[in-house]
Design a protein around this ligand. Structure first.
Ligand code: CA
Length: 227
């Protein structure tokens, strides 16, 4: 599961990212409200930890803006102890929860777990395109009655392809969605993962395929007429 952290205090943000990674999540950090909002609106995250005091647009505006655009990602606000008004305001604006700084690591993880569980139980967790279904909670690819488990990186790639189905996604964009920014990924790693996914699509007899556009990128497409 992918968690977005929007927090400008570098140490706190990096500490949070480490804490989440130790607990089996993948984490991405944005350091200002504007960038945070644009990441949040991609819909790629399972939950967001959002600080209220941010440079540029503040956390409450990010929250309000995201909800106004129909984004339903669970959002946990980070507030300072003396910002009671902000907490109430935040919940009114559509935050799912808040946590007060300085916070307890265990408590934060418990709250994230609770929020992401709710999201699963709402049954909004799967992606569908063409004849395939991507099951988020089981990390499975399905087509009709056939199914196959897919590994974490494959899942993240497939998730991004399915959310942008029919559009060509550049290799750089795919790499930046799947590999952490501090690691140098190699293009051939991406190609290997794409080939794994293609095998798995064939395994479930899907008519949905990953198309290569030479020197540009990949797109997920449904061939209704294929056999
Ligand atoms: Ca801050």
């Amino acid at each position: 599961m992918k968690i977005l952290i929007i927090e400008d205090e570098r140490e706190l943000a990096d500490g949070l990212a480490l804490l989440l990674e130790h607990n089996g999540y993948s984490a991405e950090v944005c350091r200002d409200g504007e960038e945070g909002l644009s990441y949040l609106l991609t819909g790629l995250y399972d939950a967001v930890i959002l600080d209220i005091m941010l440079p540029g647009i503040d956390g409450i505006s990010v929250l309000r803006n995201a909800r106004a655009q129909g984004n339903t990602t669970p959002i946990i606000l980070l507030t300072a102890r003396d910002q009671l008004e902000d907490k109430v305001n935040g919940l009114d604006c559509g935050a799912d929860d808040y946590i007060t700084k300085p916070f307890d690591a265990e408590e934060l993880i418990a709250r994230i777990r609770a929020r992401t569980r709710t999201e699963f139980s709402r049954g909004v967790s799967d992606y569908f395109y063409g004849d395939i279904q991507l099951d988020r909670s089981r990390q499975e690819l399905r087509c009709g009655s056939r199914r196959i488990k897919i590994a974490h990186k494959e899942y993240e790639l497939m998730e991004y392809l399915i959310m942008n189905a029919g559009r060509i996604i550049s290799k750089d964009v795919l790499i930046s969605r799947v590999w952490p920014p501090d690691k140098e990924p190699e293009y051939n790693h991406l190609e290997v993962y794409i080939s794994f996914l293609r095998k798995k699509l064939r395994f479930v007899h899907a008519r949905t395929v990953i198309v290569t556009t030479k020197n540009v990128g990949y797109s997920l497409e449904y061939n209704a007429g294929a056999s």
